[in-house]
Design a protein around this ligand. Structure first.
Ligand code: C2E
Ligand code: CA
Ligand code: CA
Length: 592
């Protein structure tokens, strides 16, 4: 039966299949003239030798196997690619000839079961697109499979080169955003594993490297950073560059603890200096980390969260920060707040509360701190810790600070006119210290409300000053020259470096409330407060202890010779009128 079949098939082949092949060949070669088609076909039909020659030269491989997988026909120039001769295969089983290619064999089995399919198959250094079509007899039984294979090695090579170009950063050779996105998507689709950490690293002050040494040197540094990062992480991680001085590290399967472990070696990357023209150069990075543990997360969400955390890490000089929704200026609540905050400033919805600072030796109040309050109709009383960072991140801090300054100066002038002598302290943000016209605007307000400059004090934190110490010093000098006092706020939480104090026109130190709060119970905090008071006094600075909540703390501070205390022990921040009533009741203010 095999032989009869074979004869039948060979006959059929010389007629039908060869014609079909020739048609395929003509189409493949894109001979587009219909007249030419017709003529060529007619000619070809007349001459079987012609078919054979055409077949041998066709830039494809046409093969036929019978129902058992035995090659009964195989022709085409493509066969030479495989260093094989057409005749070598005839009579042999495909399952033997291609025994090392399980993908091809399983596709063959499917075709023998009646399926038409196309596969791409690598054979040695070549790649073929192979179409498999079942062949039926009159009873609709599969009696074999026709293979048409096309050598697509060159096309695939070009496609791969294009893909490489599209997916890898050309400076560092690392995966770019497109590939990182793909990897994250793949990783999050893996059923059993959803933990994934995305770290976004932004090099600090890299623009200065570029400006000083040029972009070519800058690129060399980026390459060094990329290489070191690749060595710092294990093989399952992906290190990529997404442009500028930003790198991404993907840590599949990592939870918070794993990330903290990985951070140890990632940090070592920046321990050793980088070399630019043999000059050692220290570079640091701020890192934002987003963690995923659900299938719902996607690359864009993770990336945006890491970006929010990175921005805060940079602002706080804190190295690395894990994303938390509370930090995010773009959560729906925050977006709602942001819109409302704009309106609140314009519509005067904000209020200033005042908290007295008590002279610990005399009990008299010479100064108050102005603290902003926002009572929103829907959100309720929004604490400043929630909306000040939002204002800082969105540029609203400038109009907000001007509003605070004007309101504080107006209130202070009003008290002064009524014989209540109080210095008023106003908090400034990092961004305010980058506004070149801030001193002029304050001067105009003082003139407008006829308030002598000595009644105003501005509070700035150490980190606000350190963000750009050059510009901060310039602005603070101008403010100080006007006669306005300057206080360092939250002292002890930031750099706590005395070295910079001598460059600044500082009048006052405010010891952070977290040390003060625990000084009764924690001897270390007590020592910190005591030595800070001593140091400040040695430098001729006034010292204010914040967060005094009880009599013992007040007494201890007085023993340490701290000048002033501020805290709930005496009064919470209250509206101006309430403060006035309290001052009258406690007889603790100088009225002239
Ligand atoms: P800050 O400048 O350190 O202000 C002192 C904070 O400590 C105030 O919180 C005050 O209510 C709180 N406080 C005072 N005494 C005690 C006490 O005895 N115990 C405790 N636990 N806390 C006490 P508040 O008003 O919520 O302000 C928080 C922060 O918001 C301020 O910290 C300041 O950094 C910022 N802020 C407030 N108003 C303004 C403003 O007008 N402009 C700017 N830029 N920042 C402001
Ligand atoms: Ca303050
Ligand atoms: Ca403070």
């Amino acid at each position: 039966m095999g032989l009869i079949h074979l004869e039948f098939i060979i006959e059929a082949l010389s007629g039908l299949i060869l014609s079909a092949l020739l048609l395929h060949l003509i189409v493949t070669l894109r001979w587009h003239s219909p007249r030419f088609y017709k003529k060529s076909i007619t000619l070809a039909m007349k001459n079987e030798k012609y078919y054979r020659t055409a077949m041998k030269n066709a830039p494809i491989i046409l093969s036929v196997i019978d129902a058992k997988g035995i090659f009964i026909f195989s022709e085409g120039r493509g066969i030479k690619t495989l260093s094989q001769d057409a005749d070598d295969r005839i009579g042999r089983s495909i399952f033997n000839v291609y025994k090392d290619y399980p993908g091809l064999l399983s596709a063959t089995r499917r075709a023998l079961a009646g399926e038409t399919l196309t596969i791409q198959q690598d054979i040695g250094p070549y790649t073929f697109d192979a179409q498999m079509t079942p062949m039926y007899d009159a009873k609709e039984q599969v009696i074999g499979v026709i293979f048409v294979a096309l050598d697509v090695t060159e096309r695939v090579r070009v496609e791969q080169a294009l893909r490489h170009q599209a997916c890898y950063d050309f400076v560092t050779g690392l995966p770019n955003q497109i590939l990182l996105r793909e990897r994250v998507t793949q990783e999050l689709q893996t059923q059993e594993r959803t933990n994934l950490a995305l770290l976004l690293l932004d090099l600090d002050h890299f623009q200065e490297v570029n400006d000083t040494f040029g972009h070519q040197q800058g690129d060399l540094i980026l390459q060094q950073v990329g290489q070191r990062l690749c060595h710092a992480v294990d093989a399952s991680a992906t290190v990529g560059r997404i442009g500028g001085d930003e790198f991404v590290i993907l840590l599949p399967g990592a939870d918070e603890e794993n990330v903290r472990e990985a951070m140890v070696s990632i940090y070592h990357v920046f321990d050793l200096p980088f070399l630019i023209e043999e000059f050692p150069m220290h570079i640091e990075a701020s890192i934002g980390i987003a963690l995923s543990s659900t299938h719902e997360t996607d690359f864009s969400t993770l990336f945006r969260q890491a970006d929010v955390a990175m921005y805060i890490a940079k602002r706080k000089h804190s190295g690395y920060i894990f994303y938390q929704p509370e930090l995010d200026p773009y959560t729906p609540r925050r977006l709602g707040l942001l819109g409302a905050l704009r309106a609140a400033i314009a519509d005067n919805e904000l209020a200033l509360y005042y908290q007295p600072q008590i002279d610990l030796q005399t009990g008299i109040i010479h100064s108050v701190e102005a603290l902003i309050r926002w009572n929103h109709p829907d959100y309720g009383c929004v604490p400043p810790d929630q909306f000040i960072p939002l204002a800082e991140q969105t540029g609203l801090i400038q109009p907000l600070s001007i509003w605070v300054l004007e309101e504080a100066i107006r209130q202070c002038a009003n008290w002064l006119q009524r014989g209540i002598q109080l210095t008023i302290s106003v908090n400034l943000s990092t961004h305010n210290l980058h506004e070149a016209d801030l001193p002029t605007r304050i001067a105009r307000l003082l003139t407008h409300y006829a308030l002598p400059a000595r009644y105003l004090c501005v509070e700035v934190t150490e980190s606000a000053v350190m963000t750009d110490i050059g510009q901060a010093v310039e602005i603070l000098n101008q403010i100080s020259e006007m006669g306005i006092k300057i206080a360092i706020d939250d002292f002890g939480t930031g750099y706590s470096s005395l070295a910079y104090l001598k460059h600044l026109p500082v009048n006052e130190l405010k010891i952070d409330r977290f040390f003060v709060k625990q000084m009764i119970t924690d001897p270390i905090d007590a020592t910190i407060v005591q030595s800070t008071v001593k140091m400040a006094r040695d430098l001729g600075l006034k010292v204010v202890a914040e967060g005094v909540e009880n009599q013992e703390t007040s007494n201890l501070l007085a023993d340490y010779a701290c000048d002033c205390g501020q805290g709930y022990f005496w009064s919470r921040p209250v509206p101006a009128l309430e403060l006035e009533l309290w001052l009258v009741k406690t007889k603790s203010v100088v009225v002239v």
